[in-house]
Design a protein around this ligand. Structure first.
Ligand SMILES: Cc1cc2nc3c(=O)[nH]c(=O)nc-3n(C[C@H](O)[C@H](O)[C@H](O)COP(=O)(O)OP(=O)(O)OC[C@H]3O[C@@H](n4cnc5c(N)ncnc54)[C@H](O)[C@@H]3O)c2cc1C
Length: 492
């Protein structure tokens, strides 16, 4: 409960609220209590760094106006804050790397924002690394570089460790090592009542399982312990193609997704098609990465044989490679929409063509930046969870898929509804045809999905039921459902 002395700060908060979302009394009391207990770790709306923190997001749409921002750097401080917020019914949001483009998932109007950017401590062990949730994947690769080891995390530089790991995590090497979540051996977690637990194979194994893809539904993770692998060098390829070769490019993508060697070479890619609706120019690109020093990388031969404008092969390290792949904050407003399909060149080519025609229909949108992304989800990636004795909440069969996604950027808030509706209808219609053709796969990945999608609907029912049982046991008062409500939630 709040003491009377904290009320001394209330006028400051009330006057300084920069938004119409005026915080309620419990929120203002929580802010003043945190401010009083942790001097220098709470930003009020009048604080110098407040605005910079509220804009520390990839998607401009995620810039909201919390009543205050708490910046803890120990698990005890997090536990103290969660206990305070929970016992006083105060709404809050948590931010790791700030890349989830789902407004409200990682920020909040009028509530308390907990940022984790000060959790940057790490410990490198023989075959694991313990990492704080304030680290980006680049930080992790940099920490492991002197040891010649790699972790299974994000493909680009600045994505946060916590958000990506809690939703699954697509790395280049999933075909051999599984998703990022399959490589976590321990989570340090603060539960909804402020209790701190370790979740691993031995301690709280049910929570350990639920955190493997269950997102922000169970607690706040203050440390991840990740497996590492001896991968001192990687072989990379950057290839660009023009529109004449899009079908070949899609065919090579389907072939990459379908590779299923019993002893796979770890390899994967970032595969995108861009279309400029003003100039009508289409460009496709692959950023391919393979473990080892084979130059050119052997797993991308099907791409290399396609005539392309640019083909650059190199042997480097994961840290060096990631250093060039920044995704700066405040890029634009952006809507993701995605579904999964069995690898099928003809149908994916039709999807590409329909997308391009649909982009032409919104070409007047200011700052339009449309991208068609294909993420390969090979059978081997799913097989890891099927055979490691732990599993994950996805329950995927060992079958290949291509996760196709429309990532659409634009400038103005006045176009928000238009783009959301456009992207959603396009995706749903294309997926419905895929279903009719027997080509659709049900899985929806939170990292590629729009806020209009419910990825939990695509998980096996037994997984969702089990997650709800685990949530009821670990968070009976619903702190991470009622109070931390943003993002992809399990629901009721
Ligand atoms: C440009 C770009 C590139 C991407 N590339 C990849 C990729 O290569 N592979 C891939 O798998 N995904 C990728 N993604 C998707 C990405 O994994 C998700 O956006 C992910 O949520 C980002 O993690 P974050 O820590 O930056 O997110 P945040 O936005 O900080 O957090 C995401 C969610 O997790 C919650 N959360 C954060 N930290 C914690 C914590 N410690 N405990 C509990 N809940 C927490 C937040 O409240 C929020 O709901 C990409 C996204 C973008 C925008």
């Amino acid at each position: 409960m709040f003491s009377r002395m904290h009320l001394v700060y209330l006028p400051l908060l009330a006057v300084s609220s920069a938004t119409s979302d005026v915080p309620g009394i419990p929120t203002m009391c929580a802010c003043t209590q945190l401010y009083d207990t942790y001097p220098g770790k709470v930003l009020l709306t009048t604080s110098a760094n407040y605005t910079a923190e509220t804009e520390s997001y990839w998607d401009v749409r995620a810039d909201l106006h919390p009543a205050c921002i708490f910046q803890p750097d120990t698990a005890d401080e997090v536990a103290d804050a969660i206990k305070l917020l929970s016992s006083n019914d105060v709404q809050f949001a948590i931010r790791g790397g700030g890349h989830m483009n789902f407004p409200g998932s990682n920020n909040i109007d009028g509530g308390v924002l907990i940022t984790l950017s000060k959790f940057t401590e790490y410990t490198v062990n023989n075959d694991t690394i313990e990492v704080g949730p304030g680290m980006t994947w680049y930080d992790v690769y940099e920490a492991l570089e002197p040891y010649g080891r790699a972790a299974i995390g994000g493909r680009l530089k600045t994505i946060g460790v916590p958000g990506l790991t809690l939703i699954g995590g697509v790395h280049y090497f999933i075909n051999k090592y599984g998703y990022a979540m399959d490589n976590v051996v321990n989570y340090d977690v603060v539960l909804g009542n402020g209790t701190q637990v370790k979740a691993n194979r031995i301690s709280h194994p049910d929570l350990f399982w639920a955190l493997k893809g269950g997102a922000n539904n169970f607690g706040l993770v203050t440390k991840f312990t990740l497996k590492t692998y001896h991968i001192p060098q990687i072989s990379t390829t950057i290839q660009l193609y023009n529109e004449s070769y899009i079908k070949d490019f899609i065919k090579a993508t389907c072939e990459l997704a379908s590779l299923d060697d019993p002893e796979p070479i770890a390899a994967g890619a970032v595969i995108t098609v861009q279309y400029n609706a003003t100039t009508k120019v289409v460009g496709a690109s692959i950023l391919g990465v393979q473990a080892g020093v084979s130059n050119p990388p052997s797993q991308f031969t099907n791409f290399s044989t396609i005539p392309g404008e640019i083909k650059i092969n190199n042997v480097t390290t994961l840290q060096q490679w990631a250093s060039g792949l920044d995704t700066p904050k405040q890029m634009f407003r952006v809507m993701f929409s995605h579904k999964a399909i069995f690898p099928n060149t003809d149908r994916l080519y039709e999807i590409y063509q329909t997308w391009k025609e649909a982009v032409d229909q919104i070409s007047d949108v200011q700052g339009l930046f449309p991208t068609f992304v294909m993420n390969t989800a090979p059978a081997g990636a799913a097989r890891v969870a099927l055979t490691n004795g732990v599993g994950n909440v996805w329950g995927l069969k060992a079958e290949p898929a291509v996760w196709w996604q429309f990532s659409t950027g634009w400038d103005l808030a006045s176009d928000d509804l238009r783009i959301t509706s456009w992207s959603r209808q396009l995706t749903e219609n294309l997926h419905r045809v895929n279903e009719e053709l027997g080509l659709a796969r049900d899985h929806v990945y939170m990292g590629d999905a729009g806020e209009w999608q419910n990825p939990f609907d695509s998980f096996p029912e037994a997984s969702v039921d089990r997650m709800r049982t685990i949530r009821a046991a670990y968070d009976p008062s619903g702190t991470f459902s009622r109070l931390n409500w943003g993002g992809f939630k399990l629901g009721y």
